[in-house]
Design a protein. Structure first.
Length: 155
């Protein structure tokens, strides 16, 4: 609730050009305040460093045949510490997912017992459901290495 209230208040002020300092207040670890503040700035396009990955995920619907909520949480935890400007999507179905998320740099979409990893809406891998997260992780590492000319590897 605190994140939502802060986002609404600070977002309005920043969009209106009012103020140049923000303070996020949460009843939580101060590092959570920093994360929320960074996300607000990033989502408003005001992050000077522009190094925060953006996660986009679809709501579940009758076409969703995987545990989309758990998958989105795993992907979010994986990309949270990254400092690369990437748009990452987690979609519930392979039928519409890649097309709906074609603006994303990389994405993952689930199907019945299988799923796909896609880059800019184009499917690059189709794997069994139990291999989906690992396949996504490998493609994300590869994308980061190629795009940002680094030797990046997840621990």
């Amino acid at each position: 609730r605190g994140s939502i209230k802060n986002a609404m208040a600070v977002g309005i002020l920043l969009e209106e050009g009012i103020g140049d300092t923000i303070r996020i207040s949460l009843t939580d670890d101060p590092m959570e305040e920093v994360k929320v503040g960074k996300l607000i700035l990033s989502n408003l396009g005001l992050d000077a460093k522009n190094d925060t990955p953006e996660l986009i995920s679809c709501p579940t619907c009758s076409r969703t045949k995987i545990d989309l909520v758990e998958l989105a949480k795993k992907v979010e935890e994986m990309i949270e510490p990254l400092s690369y400007p990437l748009r990452v999507s987690v979609m519930g179905c392979v039928v519409n997912g890649p097309g709906e998320a074609k603006e994303s740099d990389i994405g993952i979409a689930g199907g019945k017992g299988e799923g796909v990893v896609f880059l800019k809406g184009k499917v690059v891998k189709k794997v069994k459901e139990e291999e989906l997260f690992q396949a996504f992780r490998e493609e994300l590492e590869k994308l980061i290495r190629e795009r940002f000319d680094t030797n990046f590897k997840f621990c």
